[in-house]
Design a protein around this ligand. Sequence first.
Ligand SMILES: Nc1ncnc2c1ncn2[C@@H]1O[C@H](COP(=O)(O)OP(=O)(O)OP(=O)(O)O)[C@@H](O)[C@H]1O
Ligand SMILES: [Mg+2]
Length: 225
Amino acid sequence: MSEVILKTENLVKTYYLQQETIEVLRGIELEVKKGSFVVIFGPSGSGKSTLLNILGSLDRPSEGKVYFDSIDLFSYDDNGLSEIRNKKIGFVFQFHHLLGEFSCLENIAMPALINGTSPKKAFKQASILLEKFGMADKVNRLPDELSGGEKQRVAIARALINDPLLLLADEPSGNLDEENTNKLLEVFINLKNEGRTIVLVTHALDIARVASQAFKLKEGRLYAL
Ligand SMILES: Nc1ncnc2c1ncn2[C@@H]1O[C@H](COP(=O)(O)OP(=O)(O)OP(=O)(O)O)[C@@H](O)[C@H]1O
Ligand SMILES: [Mg+2]
């Protein structure tokens, strides 16, 4: 039996607006085993980003628990959570969120520098990752000087720099054409083959075919696909 890295218990997220109450997550039960590639599929507005943000401790649930690496995530305060995120969770956002005034290499190295890694080691590791993703010639480019697919590869490299236990990806192929989407999928398949644990949310159902486990998010709950 492989080890469970992430487990949720009855995750509920409700937004209370002036005129309405939006129950986005209504009891999510999910178990992610080490080394698995979990894909959660759902249409726009189904709550994918909401769920992923909670799994990655960027947002707190209204009810329920997330156990990550055997700890009860939300028993920590915000400072504790940001330290856990920096050291153990890699996040690839729906919109890459690269820092425009920094080069590719600097963007990738940033989480390692924040972590206290020496600049020499951080930049060395960042250049190894850039090379791995076929972008060794683009170290000094700014994000705006890259294609969408290249930006996403930089965002993935940045998410990997601290060798996280868990990689979370929110619609990483959202704005890419078919060729770049396939390239990006290959990156994720290779990462899975290297033993990475990945949770990816998407509205593209065909991505589910490369998953170890696939779910559909519907009316606030997960169903096996
Ligand atoms: N801060 C908020 N306040 C109120 N409602 C919110 C908030 N954030 C999200 N929602 C609502 O929660 C629902 C789920 O949003 P979410 O962003 O998780 O969807 P999604 O599946 O990621 O969609 P997409 O595929 O378009 O990215 C939507 O109805 C959205 O309007
Ligand atoms: Mg989203």
